[in-house]
Ligand binder design. Structure first.
Ligand code: UD1
Ligand code: CA
Length: 455
């Protein structure tokens, strides 16, 4: 099957320089959702008709399995489909989708494709307020006779509540003949794709209307308000799916998934969490409020406390992370690792049972098992030009306020005293400290503020 995605329109009401189909829904351009649907339907050819906004659409979306066809000027939906014709494969059916109707589901399109075999099948919806849409005009026997645009509709036709969603399955072989015969003698001076209905009927090709059950799926984005509505609709679908699987969501209305979130059993997610890219949560994982996780795998039984930000990392089982922790790309925590408040970890592996519970920076490091990193410890990984690694071996204990000046290795079992700057590799075991003295000065007077003189 060919899929043609119409996406050349301007989208004036978005009040944005960005082409409409590049606005994001769940973190992805609108049109990417439609392309994903085409792929899910196993389309043999996917063709995107673009126009407004110049090359921005192909540049942003460019995919090897998608053919981009420019429509300039934009003379209507029929003209748009005509531009795609030379690029279609010889599949019997061509499915027309809209780049600004992102939520249509493959399952909804299956019955349309079935009805469209060798015929015209139009996806229709019943709206309480059909204003702005093309109306489905039926003949006396209930068959589809025509689609009349709002601007050409008579007062009686405007009362029709069955509308054209714009999505249709068409017989590919008939398209060249039909599309060249379209006329633009209408209120908008456009070549309407909807005018193929009388041409099909005249050529004894049956025209079927397939009613969609869930009207929201066929809603388009014409304004920022509609974009926000569809975003919530999409998120509600995701949240419902998670609830159905048994995930506990403190509030399904306060969850944002911008990618794929896979959850094991007994997972608990508190409010206002954002999941981006591919996130996998193991069994019995708990995510506190206000966390952001992007491309993360979290092992079973791990608790992520509130306000934690994790990006491109693997978190082992039974870890404790946060609150207020920041885990940056390239981090791997083994099992039972504790990362506490105001701790930043970047591009580091931390082995089992190790802890950095307060106020630390661990960057470009390999940390062994059973290591304790004290509050205020910093790996000084950057010399102003290059990054260097810090190695902390098993069973090391690092006191508070320690600087580890990379490249440096703290050998197995060593203890680093509080306030030490470690410049050189240490021996295993024993204590590492910088010689420091403490003075006591008796009778020291703290400076005082001068008393204010009243004017
Ligand atoms: C169209 C339908 C109308 C239907 C409505 C559903 C026609 C004549 N009318 O009307 O029956 O109820 O959609 O939303 O088909 N596009 C192009 N090139 C063009 C014009 C449009 O690619 O020259 C694309 C747009 O980017 C958009 C889609 O086609 O994705 C529909 O265009 P739009 O202008 O929104 O059509 P409507 O007038 O709303
Ligand atoms: Ca529209």
């Amino acid at each position: 099957m060919n899929v043609v995605i119409l996406a050349a329109g301007q989208g004036k009401r978005m009040r944005s320089r960005r082409p409409k189909v590049l606005h994001l829904l769940a973190g992805q351009p609108l049109i990417s959702h439609v392309i994903a649907t085409a792929r899910a339907l196993k389309a043999t050819r996917i063709c995107v008709v673009y126009g407004h906004g110049g090359e921005q659409v192909p540049q942003a979306i460019g995919a090897p399995d998608v053919v981009f066809v420019r429509q300039a000027p934009q003379l209507g939906t029929g003209h748009a489909l005509q531009q795609a014709l030379p690029h279609l494969g010889d599949s019997a059916a061509t499915l027309v989708l809209y780049g600004d109707v992102p939520l249509i589901r493959p399952a909804t399109l299956q019955p349309l494709l079935a009805a469209g075999a060798g015929r015209v099948a139009i996806l229709t919806a019943e709206f309480d307020d059909p204003q702005g849409y093309g109306r489905i005009v039926r003949d006396k026997r209930g068959g589809v006779a025509a689609i009349v645009e709002e601007k050409e509709a008579t007062a009686a036709q405007r009362k029709i509540r069955e509308i054209n969603t714009g999505i249709m399955a068409l017989p590919t072989a008939k398209l060249p003949g039909w599309l060249t015969r379209l006329k633009n003698h209408n209120a908008q001076g456009e070549y309407y794709l909807t005018d193929i209905v009388p041409l099909a009927l005249a050529g004894r090709v049956a025209v079927h209307a397939v009613r969609v059950n869930e009207a929201w799926e066929t809603q388009g984005v014409n304004s920022k308000a509609q974009l926000a509505q569809l975003e919530r609709m999409y998120q509600w679908q995701i949240a419902s799916g998670l609830l159905e699987q048994g995930v506990t969501l403190a509030d399904p209305m306060r969850l944002d998934v911008r990618g794929d979130l896979a959850c094991g059993s007994e997972v608990n997610i508190d409010v206002n969490c954002v999941f981006e890219g591919s996130v996998k949560l193991g069994d019995e994982v708990e995510i506190g409020a206000n966390c952001i996780l992007r491309n993360v795998e979290v092992g079973a039984g791990t608790h992520i406390a509130p306000f934690t930000h994790i990006d491109d990392a693997v978190i082992g089982a039974h870890c404790r992370v946060g609150p207020y922790a920041r885990i940056r790309p390239g981090t791997r925590l083994a099992e039972d690792v504790h990362i506490g408040n105001f701790v930043e970890v970047k591009a580091s592996e931390i082995a089992a049972h190790s802890k950095a519970n307060h106020l630390a920076y661990v960057g470009d490091s390999s940390v062994g098992r059973n290591v304790n990193i004290g509050a205020g410890t910093i790996t000084c990984n950057y010399d102003g030009a290059n990054k260097h690694r810090t190695v902390i071996e098993d069973d090391v204990h690092i006191g508070s306020d320690v600087q580890l000046v990379a490249p440096v290795r703290v050998a197995r079992g060593a203890t680093v005293g509080a306030g030490t700057t470690v410049w050189k590799d240490t021996a295993a075991g024993g204590l590492v400290i910088n010689p420091k003295t403490q003075e006591q000065r008796a009778g020291w007077q703290r400076p005082r503020k001068a008393a204010k003189v009243k004017p």
